[in-house]
Design a protein around this ligand. Structure first.
Ligand code: NA7
Length: 537
């Protein structure tokens, strides 16, 4: 192409998770030369790293799978309603084989820096293996929950036992049989792991700072008949998913919480509880915008959970009082609450009795008690949405560092582009709906938009595309304002960066829904990439 400067490849894709894999496949299909980098030894992204016992997706397997290839969709058999980590990693491995994606990647390779050449508007990427590669486009698909967070607890280095973070769990597993195990953190990872850790350990101590809302997953094996019905219904299922808020074909109750009789309200909650899963928080359409409506969902939930926990004092500790239900991603579990009825499991409320330090033998609490442990599991989450990009030196116009530009919170237009960083794209990250919707369909939505955009640039002889500053500012405000119209800002969640000491409190995802976001993206493209400057030749 006469409009471009010679580079090693056309596109660099960073990450071989759900998003990066599809980006490589789709962009290569345009005839572009694509080179990928991945820090893991193999494909999988978040599913490559999160191998802790109980790791499972909270989106149904039938939905949490690519839709771009009908044969792929028809040939793959999911064994359970909610797939486990091992099954998802097998699926992503199958996708990589089927579309021959591994060859595009350098594995076990971390990208250290990406630097813009302002003359040519091309990117130079450097890796920890000493490779330097130039490209016209630099695409980050580094994940929203991929930079693990380990709190800085005094004395942690002195602990004599085994210690692992759930988000960097050793391949091959960890044998905790017969050990005294502690787990810090009761988010999705902790809550999924606790029942299995309890089964393995001689004794389990759960250190809980904030209680969380969890709903039984309602997982079950899928029989041949169900699978066949799912496969023959895929077209309609995907159509509904694309229109939906969350990227799955769920429909909320047609009425508001208080527009129905108490009997009907209870029946609706009961039905969602019975079906199981995250959609409990969307039983009624007003649950996440109206505090009274939320209170009704919360009260029903509390009644159910109290019915599962034998000791009322333990139940008191397990019931959150600090945030409305669903304003942190609701957790889905298998026997989490029941696990606290075991004599060999103890719950420690850190609000009442914080961790003072860790020492050789275990965890010391503020009241002076030493909890002796042989193993300590950190289920303490991630520097979400910005953490992975922050760890890379991304330099745009004038040598500006992306992480400095984002010091007061991530600044993007549509979650895709950043002013001052032409030809750089961030996929399924901050400013997009990916963490509030089915990320697999979010990945397809972003990558398909990107593919059309790159084709448009070439068809019109443009060398580069760059988000405009005013468009970025408007989008950041739109994400903030949409969140402010809901109950979400009431929770100290990772959506707001509240889990990381010192991180600015900014609502990072686009909360308006997957379908609405898709319409916005389509409109931007139809209007000649409105909000972007198209540069060149
Ligand atoms: P989360 O949801 O961020 O949970 C992390 C947990 O770790 C949460 O209970 C935290 O308590 C706790 N935590 C964090 N720091 C500390 C310290 N310093 N002391 C005690 N406890 C601490 O991460 P997950 O991995 O469980 O889940 C992430 C997402 O993955 C999830 O939302 C799903 O979408 C999939 P806190 O609530 O901050 O008081």
């Amino acid at each position: 192409d006469s409009t471009t400067t010679p580079t090693d490849v056309d596109v660099i894709v960073v990450g071989a998770g759900v998003t990066g894999l599809y980006a490589v496949h789709r962009l290569r299909g345009l005839g572009l030369r694509v080179r990928g980098f991945e820090r893991g030894d193999d494909v999988g992204g978040v599913w490559y790293w999160n191998r802790y016992p109980g790791a499972r997706c909270d989106v149904e397997s039938v939905d949490y799978s690519y839709s771009f290839d009908e044969e792929l969709q028809q040939e793959w058999d999911w064994s359970e309603k909610y797939a486990t980590q091992p099954e998802i990693i097998r699926y992503l491995g199958h996708v990589a084989d089927r579309f021959d994606l591994r060859g595009a990647y350098s594995f076990a390779t971390s990208v250290r820096s990406a630097e813009l050449d302002e003359e040519t508007l091309t990117w130079t990427v450097r890796t920890d293996r000493g490779e330097t590669v130039t490209a016209r486009f630099c695409v980050f698909a580094v994940g929203c929950l991929s930079a693990t967070h380990r709190p800085d607890i005094p004395g942690a280095g002195e602990f004599a036992g085994v210690t692992h973070h759930t988000g960097a769990w050793p391949h091959g597993g960890v044998d905790l049989t017969g050990l005294r195990v502690g787990v810090i953190g009761t988010g999705s990872s902790g809550i999924q792991a606790v029942p299995l850790l309890a089964e393995q350990a001689a004794h389990l101590t759960v250190f809980q700072r904030s209680a969380n809302y969890s709903v039984p997953a309602g997982n079950r094996p899928l029989d041949e008949e169900t699978r066949a019905a799912q496969k023959s219904g895929y077209a309609e299922r995907r159509r509904l998913a694309r229109l939906s808020g969350g990227g799955s074909p769920h429909q909320a109750h047609p009425s508001g919480t208080f527009e129905v009789s108490e009997e009907e309200r209870r029946a609706a909650f009961e039905e969602r509880w019975r079906l199981g899963g995250v959609l409990y928080s969307k039983t009624f359409p007003d649950q996440l915008t109206d505090l009274a409506a939320n209170g009704a969902a919360r009260a029903f939930w509390e009644e159910k959970v109290r019915g599962l926990v034998a000791d009322p004092a333990v139940a008191d500790l397990l019931i959150p009082t600090d945030h409305p239900i669903g304003t942190k991603r609701i957790v889905t579990d298998s026997d989490y609450y029941e696990t606290f009825n075991r004599p060999d499991v103890r719950l420690v409320g850190l609000r009442e009795n914080p961790i003072e330090r860790i020492e050789r033998r275990g965890v010391v609490l503020a009241d002076g008690t030493l909890v002796e442990l042989d193993a300590l599991v950190f289920a303490t989450g991630f520097d979400a949405m910005t953490g992975a990009l922050d760890r890379i030196e991304v330099r745009g116009r004038g040598g500006r560092l992306l992480r400095d530009d984002w010091a007061a919170g991530p600044r993007t237009y549509l979650g895709l582009g950043v002013d001052g960083f032409p030809n750089l794209f961030s996929l399924t990250g901050a400013g997009s709906p990916s963490v509030m919707a089915n990320v697999v369909l979010c990945a397809e939505q972003h990558v398909d938009w990107l593919a059309a955009c790159l084709r448009h640039l070439d068809a019109h002889g443009h060398r580069a595309i760059e988000a405009r500053q005013d468009a970025v500012e408007k989008w950041v405000a739109e994400c903030r304002d949409r969140a402010a119209a809901t109950l979400f800002p009431a929770a100290d969640s990772w959506y707001l960066g509240a889990n990381i000491p010192g991180k600015p409190r900014v609502f990072m995802p686009f909360i308006g829904g997957f379908g609405v976001y898709g319409e916005i993206l389509a409109g931007v493209a139809e209007n000649g990439y409105e909000g972007f400057d198209l540069i060149g030749p």
